[in-house]
Design a protein around this ligand. Structure first.
Ligand SMILES: Cc1cc2nc3c(=O)[nH]c(=O)nc-3n(C[C@H](O)[C@H](O)[C@H](O)COP(=O)(O)OP(=O)(O)OC[C@H]3O[C@@H](n4cnc5c(N)ncnc54)[C@H](O)[C@@H]3O)c2cc1C
Length: 240
C-alpha cells in the first residue's frame, strides 16, 4: 500500500466478524424440515444469547458439528431415504429458466444493486439503529429487490461464471437483509448487538424471546417469536 506505519496511520475499515442468528435448530441440529440439518455459523441453536462472545464459535463448529453428524447418521440408518428426482428436476429447470432470463440484455448490472444493498445495510441497519433509519433501510431494500427483477448478466454460461454466482446469491441477500431489518424494526429494546438509540434499555418483560422468520403464503417474510429456554444460568446484562 506504500504506507510507512511509523510515519502515518494504516487505513482501516469495519468488516463483518460473525453472523448472529441463523437456521433455527435444536440440540440435535435438526431443523423444522425433516432430514435437513444445520450446524456452525449458519445455524442458530441459541447457545449465544443476543451476542456471541469471542471464542464461542468453537461451540458451534466442534460441538454441534459432532452432534449434527451423529444425528444425521442415526437418521440415515433408521429411515429409507430415496432422492425425489422429480423435485430436483423441477428445481433445476426453474433455476435454468431464471438464468436465461438474467442473460437477456437491457437490465441493470447485479454488482451495482449489490453495492447499493451493502451501503443500505451499513448506513441504516448497523449496530446503532432507530425506527426511522430501519424504516428507510427497509424501503430501500424493497426498492432494490424490485430492481433486481430486471438484472442482466453478461453470459448464462455455468463454468467459472462469478457474475452469475453473485447474481444468484444476491437474491438470498435480499431475504436475509429483509428479515434482519424487519426483526430489528419490531424489536423495540436494546439487546446484544442490537442497539436501538430510541429504545436504549433492555426489556426482558416484553422481549426476552427469539425472533424467527418464515415465508408467508404471499412469499413475504412473516416474523414470529419463540420463548428462550433458560436452564442453570439466569440471563443478565453484560457489563464491563
Ligand atoms: C476475522 C475473523 C476472526 C474470527 N475469530 C474467531 C475467534 O477467534 N474465535 C472464534 O470462536 N470464532 C472466530 N470467528 C468466527 C469463526 O471463525 C466462524 O464462526 C467459524 O469459522 C464458522 O465455521 P463454519 O464451518 O460454520 O462456517 P465457514 O467456515 O464459513 O464454512 C462454510 C463453508 O461453506 C462453503 N460454502 C458456502 N456456500 C457454499 C455452497 N453453496 N456450496 C458449497 N460450499 C459452500 C464456504 O466456502 C465455506 O468453506 C472469526 C471470524 C472472522 C471472520
Amino acid at each position: 500500500m506504500g504506507i510507512d506505519p511509523i510515519k502515518e496511520p494504516i487505513p482501516i475499515m469495519p468488516a463483518q466478524h460473525y453472523s448472529m442468528g441463523g437456521i433455527d435448530t435444536n440440540e440435535k441440529c435438526e431443523t423444522l424440515i425433516k432430514g435437513f440439518y444445520a450446524a456452525g455459523e449458519c445455524a442458530c441453536v441459541s447457545v449465544h444469547g443476543g451476542n456471541r462472545l469471542g471464542g464461542n464459535s468453537l461451540l458451534d463448529t466442534i460441538v454441534f458439528g459432532k452432534l449434527g453428524a451423529i444425528s444425521i447418521d442415526e437418521y440415515l440408518l433408521s429411515n429409507k431415504i430415496e432422492p425425489n428426482e422429480r423435485l430436483l428436476i423441477n428445481k433445476q429447470q426453474e433455476v435454468e429458466k431464471k438464468i436465461q432470463k438474467m442473460a437477456s440484455p437491457g437490465g441493470e448490472k447485479p454488482f451495482k444493486i449489490l453495492d447499493e444493498l451493502r451501503k443500505t445495510m451499513s448506513q441504516y441497519v448497523g449496530i446503532f439503529r432507530t425506527k426511522e433509519e430501519l424504516q428507510t433501510g427497509l424501503n430501500k431494500i424493497l426498492e432494490l429487490r424490485e430492481r433486481y427483477k430486471n438484472i442482466t448478466i453478461s453470459s448464462p454460461k455455468l463454468f467459472m461464471n462469478y457474475e452469475l454466482i453473485g447474481a444468484l446469491e444476491l437474491e438470498y441477500m435480499f431475504d436475509i437483509g429483509h428479515i434482519i431489518t424487519l426483526g430489528a424494526l419490531l424489536r423495540e429494546e436494546s439487546r446484544g448487538a442490537h442497539s436501538r438509540r430510541d429504545f436504549p434499555q433492555r426489556n426482558d418483560a416484553d422481549w426476552l424471546k427469539h425472533t424467527l422468520a418464515a415465508y408467508g403464503s404471499d412469499g413475504e417474510p412473516v416474523i414470529y417469536y419463540k420463548d428462550v429456554m433458560i436452564t442453570k444460568y439466569q440471563p443478565m446484562e453484560r457489563k464491563y
